[in-house]
Design a protein around this ligand. Structure first.
Ligand SMILES: Nc1nc2c(ncn2[C@@H]2O[C@H](COP(=O)(O)OP(=O)(O)O)[C@@H](O)[C@H]2O)c(=O)[nH]1
Ligand SMILES: [Mg+2]
Length: 307
């Protein structure tokens, strides 16, 4: 049940690269030494390299420096502990769980550029919900690419959930509408809508997402209950830039940060919070439907710093 409770060992394994590279390096820089400006500047450089973002890195270093000046911390090891403490307190209290419909099916619209990990992440969410005894259905609204529909069908068969699809090249919004009707008729709990990640232009893509949303609302005025944006953690700052573009066109309610296992720059989770203010709800830590964890800041920080 990866979606509901973070599994520490799995998370730790998923963060292997970040742990061995970023945390391993800062540990070797800081450990066993008295704190100095030089150590702090090395720490800051490593944080920036690990995608924490320039502004956040600067602020966290300033906080550590202030604590050192107040004579509260003295060594590199103290600074490392303090950084961990700051990170633990970094995320605001906010809702990071899925928002379910009060009545009728919960509609989850999933967006993101091609290759970000949308379809895989949908399979992960679907499997977790199935494991939690929910009736799940998928809608293949990436009608632009035949392969996209096939990929979703393969996952749906493996997980054992229905998928609604239209004709190749057909109107994605009408597939979304059909899927909403089918979800209601079949008493489905959660409908996950896969969307295109690339069209002729960015404007086409954003217009299409907006249209899908409008059509869903014709059927269920309070839907979509979630708009999940899937970002590829390995693309670092590019992912943040993309997210800002999507967020301008559709109200993104949560981020699924895929491929965190594939990067040593786990600091991206911090940069997303800082620059977008959209909660990361889930993280992807591998390619199978079980490789998903809810994003719980404290568990995340503990796993990242675990020895
Ligand atoms: N290592 C790893 N690979 C992932 C993860 N999520 C997706 N992928 C891979 O990323 C590639 C693109 O994923 P896909 O779901 O097809 O992306 P889409 O184009 O956005 O639908 C595939 O090879 C996936 O197996 C993840 O969390 N970790
Ligand atoms: Mg896809």
């Amino acid at each position: 049940m990866g979606l509901f409770k973070a599994a520490f060992d799995k998370l730790k394994q998923g963060l292997d690269r970040t742990r061995s590279t970023f945390v391993g390096e800062i540990r070797s820089i800081l450990s066993g030494k008295p704190l100095s400006k030089e150590l702090l500047s090395q720490l800051e450089a490593r944080m920036i390299q690990s995608d924490f973002g320039v502004k956040t890195s600067r602020e966290l270093i300033k906080d550590i420096e202030a604590s050192w000046e107040r004579d509260e911390i003295h060594t590199g090891d103290d600074a490392m502990d303090y950084l961990k403490e700051l990170l633990n307190a970094y995320w605001p209290a906010e809702n990071r769980t899925l928002n379910f419909a009060k009545t009728g099916p919960t509609i989850i619209l999933v967006a993101g550029i091609n290759g970000a990990g949308k379809t895989t992440s949908i399979a992960k969410i679907a499997k977790s919900l199935r494991d939690d005894n929910k009736q799940v259905m998928l809608a293949a609204c990436d009608t632009f690419r035949a392969a996209a529909v096939q990929q979703l069908e393969i996952w749906s068969e493996r997980i054992g959930v229905d998928v609604i699809k239209g004709q190749q090249g057909g109107d994605p919004a009408s597939v979304a509408y059909d899927a909403c009707e089918a979800a209601e008729a079949r008493g489905i709990d959660v409908l996950l809508i896969d969307t295109a990640g690339r069209l002729h232009t960015q404007k086409h893509l954003m217009d299409q997402l907006a249209k899908i949303k409008r059509v869903i609302q014709k059927k269920f005025p309070d839907a979509p209950h979630e708009v999940i944006l899937v970002l590829d953690a390995t693309t670092g700052q590019n992912a943040v830039t993309q997210a800002a573009i999507f967020a301008q066109s559709i109200d993104v309610s949560g981020i699924f940060l895929a491929k965190l296992d594939g990067t040593a720059r786990g600091g991206i989770v911090v940069a997303i919070r800082e620059e977008l203010g959209i909660p990361v709800k889930f993280i992807g830590v591998g390619e199978t439907p079980d490789d998903v964890e809810p994003f719980e800041p404290n568990t995340f920080v503990e796993a990242m710093f675990a020895q």
